[in-house]
Design a protein. Sequence first.
Length: 402
Amino acid sequence: MYDFAAMGAWLEFAVRWLHVITAIAWIGSSFYFIALDLGLHRDRNLKSGADGEEWQVHGGGFYHIQKYLVAPDNMPDGLIWHKWQSYWTWISGFILLVLVYYLGAEFYLIDPNVMELATWQAVGLSLVSLAAGWVIYNTLCKAFVNADQTVLMVALFGVLVAMAWFYSQVFTGRAALLHLGAFTATIMSGNVFFIIIPNQKIVVADLMAGRTPDAIYGKIAKQRSTHNNYLTLPVIFLMLSNHYPLAFASEWNWVIASLVFLMGVTIRHWFNTHHARKGNPHWTWGVTVILFILIAWLSVAPSDEREAAVVTRFAQAEGFSDVHNIVLGRCSMCHAAEPGWPGLHWAPKGVVLETEADLTRNARAVYLQSGVSHAMPPANLSYMEDEERAVIVAWYRAAIDG
């Protein structure tokens, strides 16, 4: 007899594995080519007519790399197109979105305390927002293609901040940050699928037909590639955020996400400037550290009245006292201001579960980690009983149902 729950879990694991592998391939090639392009020696009169060259050593061999602004005189055979890394990163990511957030909407996507949504409404909002994001972004890029690109970047940042706020108003905190990452990743993959590769194909077709390609195609592709370069690090942060409640379970999660995009700019600015041999703007690291400290502070900053109402709701739900006793007995030896478990010097991930207020603030995490799953306690080291997990589930659902 098949265990469909286990099969589903392994399917999710397999897709997540594929997603990580393809993302590594995409990000790695993207970073490599950006660094290569910026670092090319363009002060040499190359007989081949190339725009620049660079020598590199790797794996015991030497590589001589040349870049042509359009193409060499003769179109080479076996031309490699770097596109499937991007396509499969998006495809596998979307499959994960379906498996985790659409099929598990009750647990991961919808929070009645944020907005009362039916599953179909939440999924619809998710799909429409991802599609609309590409349309808005693409429209802005076309409007600003010949304008100051800094102005365009500021406009795009405004769109990302607006979307961060929007997602925080309709989904769970975990889903809000994850969706902002998916929103951004959709833009990045859209750049490859709809703009960069088609433009490159037009150039190749013109060359093969003996025509001189229009330089605008390369200019547009370069614009989109630059955007992808600056968006990569924030997307990674947002995709990892679902494992860290301090990032998503804050009233200010949308501000945290917005600041992460600024960190992506400061970090990439240093690397891009360094690779272009234009100096080492170390001030960018100072700004990045300040932004990160601000993010850490916001993660524990006081919340508004809405959170206070939610806390009260959990504290008054039937079974609260029993759950508090269970958590004290099974969890608080580690999740304490001064953990009693040997080798622990601070509460894992900063989650403290000593007082009733601690429990209400972390109600959802306790429910997910120790109620509907056996993720906590790790390896069940404190021997939490199934009956105790059932009490946690009953209490949480009683609070949600009102």
